[in-house]
Ligand binder design. Structure first.
Ligand code: GLC
Length: 567
């Protein structure tokens, strides 16, 4: 029996599919994905069984950070189509019972947004204070904060002789949330989209909308060269004040779902955003498991280390147990900013299919809303492009420049890029084996992963044993089980180096999930507390296992099994 009852909500029962529009489907042969491309694939997404489509930014943008630099929040980027296309997408999605969640960037705008153009025009412009401007200190930057995309967060502006802040690229100046006119204008804009009928928002970089008063230097003597002053611009108390107000003023009036991007916090702190009764966000994206393979805090993401299964279990379990009955998780292994999960947490060579299915089992059996990034459902892998000229992402290109200056060789830099570049996730969706993977009839804006002849949707749909069909079955399994949706999570055998095993229990329904994260056989010791109850195997990624009830506790490489345990 679970002690706490979790309130049922539609957004807790749905599966979200993230679309990176530039790389999803190109309908007009210009090499870039677009909204009509998305419309043409709605039936495919419906077949997969997902419920909500998270659309990465499609607003007007010069594209310095692929749309996360918005120059007009009320307009569609012509490269993606028109507002009529968007309306049609919304209508067609709704007609199929699919919901649309918009990516909403509130921390910063583009430097081409009319607000910023005015703001930078003179010190006494009425919109000067819409952004964060400071004088330099003794000929140096106003403080020592380091940008996510390398270098200082400050950019000098010749015209007025001051610096403006940008936590991301210099083309993404941070909005000043201490200015009430900025906040009011953003409310108005969000309401406008809600009135159109969108079903939710993913709030980009929301943890950073408020910066520490006085913008003090970060005191971080260990990492003098890489000063990432997270605590001075992340998850500050005032962010919560802002989110509460956003709910009171706008969101509360609509039955929508919200998820915030919040790096640098643990589950206890996450409850400040998602705790029942906080009225801030439904869910947050946590990053702890994304830093498992980063060498050390402060070195950023580019220096890798190997990670271990017990570490992964520890992180995920803390999130599962801390939020149970009090808040709600957002579970993901990949997105448009991260490498491909099968390359990172599985094995993208010998065991690509098996390990991709194992990871699907993992994501779809945890408590929390699962997020699938486009291509995960067919096991797309990281790209290993031979030259920096093949890469497009601003973060990757900035890293390359800085690493060159530090004296690293091309090969050393590329090795880090192959592992961690955001472009790993951004290569075009692989639809079929025809030229450019059926993504475009033109020249794709970023190269297609050369493995598209073996890995593509058409092939996956034809093969009943594919990753795609496994996803379909897992999604159905989840939807039909209250225990998988709401059951309490309990980790078994925390220090086993290869097997990740847990139960999900709701009243009389219990599920047992066994996942082998290694490329060798591993033995699962049946825990005494589970007794000799009847166990029915519901799904496995090894064909031969079908119908077998616990004949063997030897798990094959990357094997996944879900059992129903009768209590
Ligand atoms: C978020 C987005 C990322 C973007 C950044 C700046 O982290 O996911 O793609 O570059 O915010 O908007």
């Amino acid at each position: 029996m679970t002690a706490t009852v979790t309130k049922e909500k539609w957004w807790k029962e749905c599966v979200v599919y993230e679309i990176y529009p530039a790389s999803f489907m190109d309908s007009n042969g210009d090499g870039k994905g677009d909204l009509r491309g998305v419309i043409s694939k709605l039936d495919y997404l419906k077949e997969l069984g997902v419920d909500v489509l998270w659309l990465c930014p499609i607003y007007e943008s010069p594209g310095a950070d692929n749309g996360y630099d918005i120059s007009d929040y009320y307009a569609i980027n012509p490269a993606f189509g028109t507002m009529a296309d968007f309306d049609e997408l919304l209508c067609e999605a709704h007609a199929r019972g699919l919901k649309i969640m918009m990516d909403m960037v509130l921390n910063h705008s583009s430097d081409q947004h009319p607000w910023f153009k005015e703001s930078r025009s003179s010190k006494d412009n009425l919109k000067r204070d819409y952004y964060i401007w400071r004088e330099g200190k003794n000929g140096l930057f106003p403080n020592n904060w380091e940008s996510y995309f390398s270098g200082s967060v400050w950019e000098y502006d010749q015209k007025t002789g001051e610096y403006y802040m940008h936590l991301y690229s210099k083309h993404q100046p941070d909005l000043n949330w201490r200015n009430s006119q900025v906040v009011e204008s953003l409310y108005q804009m969000i309401r406008w989209w809600l009135e159109k009928g969108v079903d939710g928002f993913r709030f980009d970089a929301i943890a950073h909308i408020v910066k520490a008063k006085g913008l003090p230097d970060a005191d971080n003597p260990q990492h003098l060269t890489v000063v990432q002053a997270y605590q001075l611009f992340s998850n500050l108390e005032k962010v919560h004040v802002m989110l509460k107000r956003l709910n009171e003023e706008v969101l509360m009036d609509y039955n929508i779902m919200t998820v915030g991007e919040t790096s640098g916090l643990g589950p206890e702190q996450a409850l400040e955003y998602v705790g029942d009764g906080r009225h801030e966000l439904n869910m947050v994206f946590q990053f702890e498991h994304m830093y498992l393979d980063a060498a050390a805090p402060g070195t950023g993401k580019w220096q890798s280390r190997s990670w271990t299964v017990p570490e992964l279990k520890k992180i995920m379990s803390r999130w599962q147990t801390t939020l149970h009955g009090k808040g709600w998780n957002a579970n993901y292994l990949g997105n448009h900013d991260q490498p491909r999960p099968v390359s990172r947490f599985g094995n993208d060579r010998q065991y690509r299919t098996t390990s991709a299915k194992m990871l699907a089992t993992f994501m779809l059996t945890l408590e929390g809303t699962p997020y699938i990034f486009q291509g995960e459902e067919i096991g797309m892998t990281n790209a290993h492009f031979p030259s920096i000229a093949d890469y497009r992402d601003v973060e990757t290109l900035n890293y390359y420049e800085q690493a060159k200056v530090k004296g690293l060789s091309d090969h050393e830099i590329l090795k880090a890029i192959w592992k961690k570049s955001r472009d790993n996730a951004r290569t075009p969706m692989q639809w079929n084996a025809s030229e450019n993977a059926g993504f475009t009839t033109g020249v794709p804006w970023i190269k297609v992963n050369p493995n598209y002849r073996e890995i593509n949707v058409e092939q996956e749909r034809q093969n009943p044993d594919s990753i795609f069909h496994y996803y379909k079955r897992m999604i159905m399994l989840r939807k039909n089980s209250k225990a998988l949706l709401y059951g309490e999570y309990r980790l078994l055998q925390p220090i086993d180096p290869d097997i990740y095993a847990y139960t999900r229990t709701l009243e009389k329904e219990q599920m047992l999930i066994l996942l082998n994260f290694s490329d060798e056989q591993a033995v699962f010791t049946w825990p005494k507390e589970l007794g000799a109850a009847v166990k029915e195997l519901l799904i496995s990624n090894y064909e031969a296992r079908k119908g077998v009830t616990l004949s063997s506790l030897n798990l094959e490489p990357y094997e996944a099994r879900v059992y129903k345990v009768s209590l």
